[in-house]
Every structure is written in C-alpha cells, then in structure tokens.
Design a protein around this ligand. Structure first.
Ligand code: CP3
Length: 347
C-alpha cells in the first residue's frame, strides 16, 4: 500500500514505528481544554474531578477538538492524578493537584496500595471503550496516557506544583530509600494502568514525565531511566506504541532514546534537528512548537511548522505537536492554523 492513501490511524501508527508516511500526523497536548468555549460550557458547574468521572462529559470534550480545530488523534480527557486516589492518597484540584498529606516517610510510602485500575477507576476504561467505538468509523487514533512515576512522585512529595520540586530532591539525597519505595509503587501502578487502557482500546499511550528534566543527567540516569525501562518492558508495543514526554530534556535526550519507548516527545527548548539526529532509526520524535507561538499570525505558524518538520527529517518518524500543553489563552484560530499547516506539508 502506498503512503499516499493513509487514514489518520495508519499515518499515526506508522509515524510512531518509523514506517513511511505521506506527512506527519498532528495533535496537541491539552487539545481539549479551557481555550475552547465549547469545553468551558461542558465544564461549567462541575469540578474537574467530577468531570473526569463523568463518562458522557469526558467523551464529549475528548471529541471536541476533532471538529473544532482539526486534530488527527484523540487523547482521553482525564488527568495524570486520576488513578492516584485509588492508591490511598487524598487529593483535590485547585486548579493543579493538591495533596492532602504529602508523602515524606517510609511508612506513608509503604502504605500506598496498587489496586486493579479497572476496579478503582472503571470510568476511565468505560470512556476509552466509548471513544474507541465513536472513532472506529472515522479512522481516528485514540491515545491513552499516564503520569510517569517521577513526575507523580514530585507532586506527591511536594504536596502541590512547584518550580523546582525541592522537597522531592531533598528526599532523593536525605532519604533515598523512601523515594525508592514510592517510585516502585508508582511504577507498578502505571504499568497496570497503561496495560488496562490498551485493553480498553487505546491505540498508543503517552507517558508524561514533565518534571524529570529538573534532574542532572547523572540523577536522571539513576532515578528516572530505570522507571521508563520497566514500563517500556512491560507493555506490548505491537498493540500500542509508547510515547515519552519530558519537558526541558536537552541534557537527557540520549537516555530517552535508550529507554525502550517508540517515540520521544520534546519541548521547544530542544533543537528539533538535534533530537531527530539522536533519535535516528531508533525512535521517532514528537513536538515541538512553543505553545505561545500559537499567538502568532497564521502564516508565521505555518512557517514554524515547516521548519520543525524539516528539522525532524533525520528521525525515522515525526508526529507534529506542541512542546507542552495548549495554554488557556491560546486563540482557537492559532490552533486551527497549526493543524492546517501540518495537513499542507509536502510528502
Ligand atoms: O492532553 C490532554 O488534552 C489530555 C488531558 C490532560 C490533562 N492533564 C487535563 C487537565 C493531560 C494529559 C494532563 C496531564 C497532566 N496533568 C500533567 C502532565 C503534562 C503537563 O501538562 O505537564 C501534569 C503535570 C498534570 C497535573 C495538572 N493537572 C496540573 C498542573 C493542572 C493545573 C494546570 C492547568 O492547566 O490548569 C491540572 C488540571 C488540568 N488537567 C486541567 C486539564 C484540562 C484544567 C482543569 C480545568 O478545567 O480547570
């Protein structure tokens, strides 16, 4: 079959595996979100967690970006913290996650349970099954995701978001045995969670290790890389390719390439040409427009899209995306210009 007649699912999966495609597929992290008035309408009057547990609303907002902004993949609307209360951790969103009792001791880490996600968060899998059925006739790929152990641990130890997550770094150096137990429990949870998402119909899964780039290369190699390797080794990649996102990752690209994932996803601070060169024939690349660049005029956005896709050619495959999530103040027109520019790329 020629690459000229690819449907969006084929194009996406081929790009993940480094097989020939006509042009890169396009989607955006946080493509369903507050920048869309239609999202805000569905979100009105319910808390974020209520919304994640409501299958009808979840399905509706997950699908919104397809028609409204023309993306070529659907990511389940949820959050990396959705499976965490099932481990015995109370949390809320305000708007980011706030942990009632931050984890600081061995006793707390050892008390974390790893439930069967199909029992602790059944609505996640119900939403995925519904979405997969909705998308089947349109040949649009469905993506699942999980927070990576290190990034989940960063919030669980700190108690909330932070610029430097110093509480976690303190734990790394003062009581490494606590962090070891915490990461082991989270790794076990993430493996079970992603596996169950694949069984419920996710055709690719993304691991969000947003904050792992805060570590030195040496500490990343010791604390983060083994968790990625364990997760990559547990999943059936022939059923669903694995994408790894790390923000601010210039200094750890080699480790990302060697982690066993199929695609590395990088932010705008990384030179795409460098990431693509390192990726080579080993992995594909995803990214990496600065979300703020969607404020630019459509022709400027199109020029950036052409630059990025050109720079990504050294890699075996490229998925066009932002370098981080779409921001609440993003103009809808900017998102449309981004997907339109991707679809206009020459083979
Ligand atoms: O990409 C998608 O569209 C899927 C949905 C998704 C959300 N969060 C929805 C969300 C995904 C994949 C995430 C991942 C996530 N959540 C990460 C990793 C990726 C990243 O962005 O760095 C992290 C660190 C979180 C934790 C989190 N959740 C924060 C820090 C916040 C507050 C910041 C913000 O954007 O509001 C959230 C809340 C959240 N997660 C919202 C959404 C749409 C906003 C909720 C609302 O509508 O009020």
């Amino acid at each position: 079959m020629g690459a000229a007649s690819l449907d969006p699912t084929e194009r996406f999966l081929r790009a993940c595996r480094g097989e020939p495609v006509d042009r890169p597929p396009v989607w955006l992290m946080r493509q369903a979100g507050r920048y869309l008035p239609e999202y805000r309408a569905v979100r009105e009057g319910v808390s974020f967690l209520e919304m994640c547990r409501d299958v009808d609303r979840t399905v509706e907002v997950s699908l919104q970006p397809l028609e409204l902004v023309g993306t070529e993949a659907v990511i389940l609307f949820s959050d990396i913290f959705v499976p965490v209360p099932g481990m015995g951790v109370e949390l809320d969103f305000a708007p980011g996650p706030v942990i009632e009792a931050p984890i600081r001791t061995l006793l707390q880490a050892e008390a974390l349970c790893v439930p069967d996600p199909r029992e602790s968060v059944p609505y996640v899998f119900e939403s995925l099954r519904r979405l997969r059925a909705e998308l089947a006739t349109r040949d649009i790929p469905l993506l699942g995701f999980a927070g990576a152990p290190f990034t989940l641990a960063a919030y669980l130890v700190e108690g909330s978001g932070s610029n430097d997550f110093n509480a976690l770094k303190r734990m790394m150096f003062r009581t490494p045995q606590v962090l070891k137990v915490l990461l082991a429990r989270l790794t076990e949870m993430v493996c079970a969670y992603l596996q169950a998402q694949i069984e419920a119909g996710a055709q690719a899964v993304q691991l969000f290790d947003t904050w792992a780039g805060l570590l030195s290369p040496r500490d990343y190699q010791e604390w983060v890389l083994p968790t990625h390797r364990q997760i990559a080794a547990k999943l059936d990649h022939s059923r669903a390719p694995l994408i790894l996102y790390v923000k601010d990752s210039s200094h750890v690209l080699d480790f990302m390439v060697e982690s066993g994932v199929d695609v590395i996803s990088v932010d705008w601070r990384v030179e795409m040409a460098e990431a693509a060169r390192k990726a080579g024939q080993k992995v594909s690349v995803q990214g990496n427009l600065d979300p703020c660049a969607l404020q630019a005029a459509p022709e400027e956005i199109a020029a950036r899209v052409r630059e990025i896709s050109e720079a990504a050619r050294a890699a075996r495959g490229h998925i066009l995306n932002l370098g981080h999530g779409c921001l609440p103040d993003t103009p809808v027109e900017g998102v449309r210009a981004f997907t339109a520019a991707a679809k206009a790329l020459a083979p």
